[in-house]
Design a protein. Structure first.
Length: 111
């Protein structure tokens, strides 16, 4: 369950939209049932925090923050992401409307 994934990760967020790519540095702290992810001033990514759970091969994030309406809310770490673990890496892929991909490529850091 969740204990396999708990820990602190650092890496890159990418938004890919029909080949156009934006990226920014981010991190993710997963505890037993809560998460916190760092955002960037330009909101690529926006970050997020709240609760999370595993559902099959997806992670479901429930962000608890209040956001302004002036940007793409898919940049918030919220909702369902397919996840893959490769060694010490965690890859989260969210497929959103209009063929946009929101991907987090993160590496687990030593405690």
């Amino acid at each position: 369950g969740n204990e396999q994934l708990t820990g602190y990760y650092e890496g890159i967020f990418m938004r890919i939209d029909n080949g156009a790519r934006k990226e920014g540095e981010t991190n993710l702290k997963l505890r037993d049932s809560t998460y916190r992810s760092k955002g960037q001033p330009n909101r690529v990514p926006a970050g997020g925090s709240g609760s999370w759970k595993i559902d099959g091969n997806t992670l479901v994030f429930r962000d608890k923050n209040i956001w302004t309406a002036d940007f793409d809310w898919h940049l918030i770490l919220n909702g369902k992401y397919r996840y893959e673990i490769k060694g010490d890496s965690l890859i989260l892929t969210g497929h959103r409307p209009n063929a946009k991909y929101y991907t987090y490529r993160l590496r687990k850091q030593e405690p």
